[in-house]
Ligand binder design. Structure first.
Ligand code: GDP
Ligand code: MG
Length: 706
């Protein structure tokens, strides 16, 4: 008489299931599809003895019993369904010995479903190479399961495994985490029988957003609500409880090796770096240093870039014949290009440090210590670095958010990064603050100017956290976070890794943001340099007449330059940009802004710092961004033609400050968000949200204090 044992191979992806399958069955394989799916099913046969035949099923790899893909669902469906034709007599759980804890998480879940299982501990060679060794007997005792070490690739331990199947088939399973913990009452509600498999199924349905509309899910949701049962919370607790068991077992069975000594050193370092207080302190200090470096190291190359572009502009301007092409090249394309390239030094410096810290293994620790702080805001520990990077420039920081695996947390992080005060706001803040507070004013030991500036950074940070919290309420996700308890070991950073990262980030920035910002610059240039013909002609005529009326003696150089600046200002007023400013004036008047500020709002759409340049054109002062004094004086003299009061009252300035703190006036950011989220949707939502936020807060401030 022949006996058939059906055995399923279960394990994480890439743990060696297929290798073991081949090692056991050789050429006796059949490939078909699992019923009702396109997922491939491999069934193989092997003779264990004259009377016993092994029927082996190679299941798709999965990380947990709450499957996220069709592949993973297959594994789960077979294991939970006793009436399924492929329901196994036994599971051979394949665990990667070099990554044991993570692998065992799934094992404990499988065992809890009630299938008898044994563990084939694979990749013993890899573990050995990494200096990881276990007392197998001890591990068996701790976990209460039979464990056989194998090497599926070179077929070590296969005979022992076959022998085991013949002689010692376990009948019962071990339970690691009782679903009864959830509440018997709830389980009874979930399914008629208190069968765990059904309870798992219920939980599985509940966290699968795709099913949320089905009748079953609606019913489930009602039950959960009635019991005030929080599925997410439960899953977190479940994973935590399982890891606790696994951790204890693995620790007890771990043998001391050379590598363990290194590990214990790592642990000592980690004790400091991931300490609740020191850890955060060290991290903040490090960030402060990096931030300083981003500013100070990049000042010089940024100046070089600006000087280079200035020289190039002058050259082009003087070489090409005066005309539209000349203006387009100099004021449109070159100005736009310079606005992109000027941020490269900051991006490179920021990523230089992030890449090093990442390569050393420090970033994983940062994620760990900041996790608790960021969670309530719908972000995670890894969000902190992009957020802090946002104080230099949002564009590379949004790219840096790629390290956040959880989609929802990454999205929320991306959405709020632009609220962090980036360096492009600095010249704007400096100009506006200096309107009322001289650079030299002090309050005790503090420079008031500096304090207000710091306040603006703080406003940005708080707004980012609050906005994240708001987004968290609206953005739902069914993706679960599992605690990854194993931190990578420290290692020396690899120069090539860092160079490649820098090259990639710089390239992505220039190509991704560059295209858009140049296009927008050109459009804005067209708007600012052309206008309705009659209005533009009127300006030309006016200045022509003025020049003619002046007699020779009056025509000194200063006067002519003054006139030409005045003319530029009038041209800007007559241009489409000027028309736009006037057109939107009714909408921005409640914020305390006149049409001149309206023009600046338009021109600084490409990049915020353009505000200063536009102001200098509007108030027809010569001078660069560095020469803030003359712009400031001109702005202070400005009077509202109707009320005859100063245009820039404290309320207007405060309102403007808030507007620049919140509004997304940075097309590079919009471009990079669209690229990183692979959708225009989120870029638009973000833009609208930040515009509404900016408008709303400016409105409130001006109406209350104005
Ligand atoms: P599956 O995804 O679980 O089916 O895993 P595979 O059987 O396809 O194995 C993944 C990779 O690991 C393959 O390249 C195998 O050759 C390799 N592999 C499997 N078992 C071992 C082992 O014990 N030692 C080593 N070094 N490699 C293994
Ligand atoms: Mg496979």
């Amino acid at each position: 008489m022949e006996r058939i044992i059906t055995v399923a191979l279960v394990g994480n992806p890439n743990c060696g299931k297929t290798s073991l399958f081949n090692a056991l069955t050789g050429l006796n394989q059949k490939v078909s599809n699992f019923p009702g799916t396109t997922v491939e099913k491999k069934i193989g046969e092997a003779k264990l003895s004259d009377t016993v035949k092994l029927q082996l099923i190679d299941l798709p790899g999965t990380y947990s019993l709450y499957p996220k893909s069709a592949d993973e669902l297959v594994t789960y469906e077979i294991l939970r369904n006793k009436s399924e034709t492929n329901y196994p007599d036994l599971v051979i759980f394949i665990a990667d010995a070099s990554n044991l804890k993570r692998n065992l998480l799934l094992y404990t879940q499988v065992s809890d479903l009630g299938v008898p299982a044994i563990i084939a501990l694979n990749m013993m060679d890899v573990a050995e190479r990494r200096g990881i060794a276990y007392d197998i007997h001890k591990l068996e005792q701790e976990l209460g399961v039979r464990i056989l070490p194998i090497n599926a690739r070179n077929k070590h331990g296969i005979d022992e495994l076959k022998n085991e199947l013949l002689t010692n088939l376990p009948e019962v399973h071990k339970e690691y985490f009782s679903l009864e913990n959830v509440s018997k009452d709830l389980l009874n509600q979930l399914s008629k029988a208190t069968d765990k498999r059904n309870a798992y199924a219920a939980l599985q349905y509940a966290i699968n957003a795709k099913d949320l509309l089905s009748e079953k899910s609606v019913r489930l949701k009602a039950i959960f609500d009635a019991h005030a049962f929080d599925v997410r919370r439960f899953l977190e607790e479940e994973v935590f409880a399982r890891y606790h068991i696994i951790d204890t077992a693995v620790k007890a069975a771990r043998l001391k090796t050379q590598d363990n000594l290194k590990k214990s050193l790592t642990r000592k370092v980690d004790a400091i770096l991931t300490h609740r207080f020191y850890g955060i302190g060290i991290f903040l200090a490090l960030m402060f240093l990096i931030f300083q470096a981003v500013f100070s190291w990049s000042t010089y190359p940024m100046d070089l870039v600006e000087m280079g572009f200035a020289a190039l502009s002058t050259y082009v301007q003087n070489t090409l014949p005066a005309g539209v092409l000349n203006d387009l090249l100099v004021q449109g394309i070159l100005a736009g290009l310079s606005g992109v390239i000027v941020f490269l030094p900051q991006i490179i410096v920021l990523f230089f440090f992030i890449a090093i810290l990442e390569d050393i293994g420090y970033m994983a620790r940062v994620g760990f210590i900041m996790d608790k702080v960021m969670r309530p805001f719908g972000m995670n520990g890894k969000s902190i670095v992009p957020l802090i990077g946002g104080m230099a420039c949002a564009v590379p920081s949004i790219m840096a958010s790629r390290s956040i695996e959880n989609k929802r947390e990454r999205l929320i992080t991306i959405l709020v990064i632009p609220l962090m005060s980036c360096s492009a706001r600095l010249p704007v803040y400096t100009l506006l603050i200096s309107l009322f507070i001289p650079d030299t004013a002090v309050f005790g030991p503090f420079n008031i100017h500096g304090l207000v500036l710091m306040f603006m950074y703080l406003v940005g940070f708080v707004a980012a956290l609050l906005s994240a919290w708001i987004f968290k309420q609206f953005i739902k996700s069914n993706q679960q976070n599992y605690f990854l308890m194993e931190l990578p070991g420290y290692k020396m950073p690899l120069a090539s890794n860092i160079l490649i990262t820098l090259y990639e980030k710089a390239g992505a920035f220039v190509l991704g943001a560059g295209k858009i910002i140049i296009a927008v610059s050109v459009v804005l240039w067209v708007l600012a340099s052309t206008g309705p013909k009659d209005k533009m002609d009127a300006v030309s005529l006016k200045y022509k007449n003025l020049m003619e009326q002046m007699n020779e003696a009056e025509q000194n150089e200063a006067l002519i330059e003054g006139l030409s600046l005045q003319q530029n200002a009038d041209f800007l007023e007559a241009s489409y940009a000027g028309q736009f400013g006037k057109f939107i004036e009714p909408a921005i008047l409640p914020l305390g802004f006149d049409w001149k500020i309206g023009i600046s709002l338009l021109t600084s759409l490409a990049a915020r710092e353009v505000f200063v340049g536009t102001m200098s054109t509007i108030y027809s002062v010569s001078g660069s961004d560095d020469d803030l004094d003359s712009i400031r004086e001109a702005m202070l003299k400005e009077k509202n033609p109707v009320t005859n009061k100063p245009t820039y009252s404290l309320a207007t300035v405060f309102s403007l400050l808030l507007f620049y703190a919140f509004a997304l006036q940075c097309m590079s950011t919009v471009a990079i968000v669209k690229k990183e989220t692979a959708s225009a949707k989120w870029a638009i939502i973000q833009f609208v949200y930040l515009t509404v936020l900016a408008y709303g807060s400016s409105l409130i401030v001006y109406q209350v204090f104005g």
